[in-house]
Design a protein around this ligand. Structure first.
Ligand code: WT7
Length: 635
């Protein structure tokens, strides 16, 4: 029996029990057998959730790119590492072999070093889904610089906040990007952002859309000529297992986005391990995850996890609806994709379209279907199963978070029997539990509670960049000695978990984690707005959409509400990005508040859900009368 590759349910239970009985021994075996280390660790695990402090493979040295690239060269040098599928299907796909990837990453690493980037420096990457994005990520890792990828759909303000928070020296971007029939002026967004970022001294610009752009003398450089002149070899920097590999920002219910810090050794071991098992990847398979590398899904399961296994991973630049709703399936047929990993929001959007978009294509290569990002509803699950999987392709509903670095709860295909909407069982090494509101663990089955994890796992985030206290407060303070996920979950008689959704003020829209606070801050910047509160409400395709309650300033003047709605959404687009736009905006004279001044979101949520039968006790509110008004005018 191998720990590394589970093939049936009995093996799963055996491996799982072993991983819980002696986690250190378990992960040590995995780390020893499947990776190359420059120096072995002194200790597998040291941890203390009260500080919190977690260290995996302390004392070990490695470079993750040697594991993701170099060590494959003797056996897989000519194997395709990355298939790049462009936005426009008429443009030819690129097949980048492991050898070519090695050269390109080395060239990029040389360019970074020439431009003054050193181990430990932060580099912001703001690129569309083109090969340069994966290459830039890996080049940072090779040189020991900490990458901070910002999804190229974020606005200039959001980009600037993230650049400043982690004090990035450099931005790697492109002249622009394609998104379906549209082009986006990425460099213009970077220029705007950099108006308020003094830390950035260099901008490298990849050419993608051949647009005329402004290049600032001394700061901005075209990337390609630099790459062309760079050596194709670069000695990888030797990193400690606990050195930061990257920062990735995620929204919280309050305040600034949180720069989650992931470190090198444990992250590598866990993403590789989970990739292999959750997707049952075999040597000649073609694997495709439709996420953007700007999210954790792309970091862990487009780049690091697949490459650490010597896999072939598809990078798709475009959108599911361009040139038509058959695009995903066309790509599956074209590249004979074996494992396909996407989000419920994409599944719901495609399920609405005519079946002919699917039926035109041969999907017989598919062996495993995956989903991530939010709870998948039963209808979408069945459509995925029947129409895409033809009833014979296991679906892995994978639950995890930016903070967890890798998949935590998921079926193992061909081993774990699936039930729609259940993420099923924890992967080896993962010890989830459910807590009640009094902070007690609920041990029985079935049970319903707040989902926590009671033992460290190798890929967990170690801190929030620049704010360890916030890391502690957010994840380790709700329950003693536990990592709190922010999600609620249900456990059935067989021990299967079903994630029921967030229990905090994070709203998941189209699989994107949106904190209420930054959006409210953006709305409140409108000169006519006094105060606002946003909540989620169910939406057919997006899962949740945003509903805003807005109090206008008393000016005595009549304002045109439709125009205001447009302006508010415009402001949100500028401050955060179009993903955070509100579907509904209700103007109101007040918001229900507790005596201590806290907005009662529970009530607002119920009204937005059109579920006002049981609003609960409103008599303790400071202003109970406002609830009537809000209900009457609800949208
Ligand atoms: C939140 C994390 C992990 C990559 C994508 C999102 C929700 C994620 C599932 C799932 C139910 C899910 C949770 C989680 N979520 N996957 N399979 N079933 N809910 O990463 O932006 O950090 O969001 O997404 O609420 O806490 P993220």
């Amino acid at each position: 029996m191998s720990n590394y590759h589970i093939k049936n349910l009995e093996e799963y239970y055996q491996v799982y029990r072993k991983s819980v009985r002696d986690p250190e021994n378990f992960w040590e075996e995995v780390a020893e057998e499947h990776f190359v280390w420059r120096k072995r660790w002194n200790k597998v695990l040291e941890w203390d959730f009260t500080k919190p402090e977690v260290k995996w493979f302390e004392g070990a040295q490695l470079n993750i790119t040697e594991n993701c690239i170099d060590r494959h060269l003797p056996t897989r040098g000519n194997k395709t590492a990355i298939i790049f599928e462009p936005n426009d299907p008429k443009e030819e796909a690129q097949h980048i072999t492991y050898r070519e990837l090695h050269e390109r990453v080395c060239q990029m690493a040389n360019v970074l070093r020439d431009k003054g980037i050193q181990k430990g420096d932060r580099v912001c990457i703001y690129l569309p889904m083109i090969p340069e994005l994966a290459v830039a990520v890996l080049a940072c890792a090779r040189i020991g610089a900490i990458h901070s990828v910002v999804f190229a759909g974020f606005s200039a303000t959001a980009l600037a906040t993230r650049i400043n928070d982690s004090d990035c020296k450099m931005v790697i971007t492109s002249d622009g990007s394609y998104r379906g029939a549209k082009t986006i002026d990425l460099k213009g967004i970077v220029d705007d952002a950099l108006e308020s970022c003094d830390c950035v001294t260099t901008v490298l610009v990849a050419k993608r859309i051949q647009s005329e752009i402004f290049m600032k003398e001394g700061r901005d450089h075209w990337l390609q000529p630099l790459l062309d002149n760079a050596y194709k070899d670069f000695t990888a920097e030797v990193m400690n297992a606990e050195d930061p590999l990257f920062i990735l920002y995620t929204s919280g219910s309050t305040g600034m986005p949180k720069g989650m810090v992931h470190t090198t050794g444990g992250y590598m071991v866990y993403t590789a391990y989970s990739f292999k098992n959750v997707f049952q990847y075999r040597e000649h398979d073609v694997y495709w995850c439709t996420a953007d590398i700007g999210w954790i899904t792309g970091h862990s399961y487009i780049v690091y996890g697949p490459l650490a296994n010597g896999a072939t991973t598809v990078m798709f630049e475009g959108v599911p609806s361009y040139p038509d709703f058959g695009r995903f399936w066309e790509i599956v047929e074209k590249h004979k994709v074996n494992q396909f990993y996407t989000a419920p929001t994409a599944i719901r959007a495609l399920a609405k379209e005519n079946l002919t978009f699917v039926e035109k294509y041969d999907l017989s290569s598919l062996k495993v279907l995956g989903t991530v990002g939010e709870p998948i509803n039963e209808e979408a699950w069945h459509w995925y199963d029947d129409v895409i999987g033809k009833g014979q392709t296991p679906i892995v509903d994978t639950w995890w978070q930016t903070e967890t670095g890798g998949i935590m709860i998921s079926p193992i295909p061909f081993a774990t029997p699936t039930i729609p909407t259940f993420a099923t069982l924890p992967l080896p090494g993962i010890q989830p539990c459910l807590m009640d509101e009094n902070g007690q663990e609920i041990k029985g089955r079935p049970a319903n509670g707040r989902l926590c994890v009671k033992f460290p796992w190798p890929s967990m985030a170690r801190t929030i960049w620049g704010n360890h206290q916030r890391y502690k407060d957010t994840y380790f303070s709700a329950f003693e000695n536990m990592y709190f996920t922010g999600d609620g979950a249900l456990r059935d008689n067989t021990g299967y978990y079903r994630i029921t959704g967030r229990v905090d003020d994070v709203i998941i829209v189209s699989g994107h984690n949106l904190g209420t606070a930054p959006i409210e801050d953006a709305i409140n910047e409108h000169p006519a707005v006094a105060e606002s509160a946003i909540v989620g409400f169910p939406h057919d395709i997006k899962g949740n959409a945003l509903y805003g309650y807005v109090i206008l300033k008393e000016t005595g003047e009549e304002r045109n509400h439709d125009n205001l709605r447009k302006e508010i959404n415009q402001l949100i687009t500028e401050k955060i990005g179009p993903i955070a736009k509100l579907d509904k905006i209700q103007f109101t004279s007040g918001l229900p508040k507790t005596r201590s001044g806290k907005i009662m979101r529970r009530i607002l949520r119920k009204i937005a859900h059109k579920d006002t039968s049981s609003l609960g006790d409103t008599s303790t509110l400071l202003n109970p009368e406002v609830v009537e008004e809000i209900m009457e005018n609800a949208l």
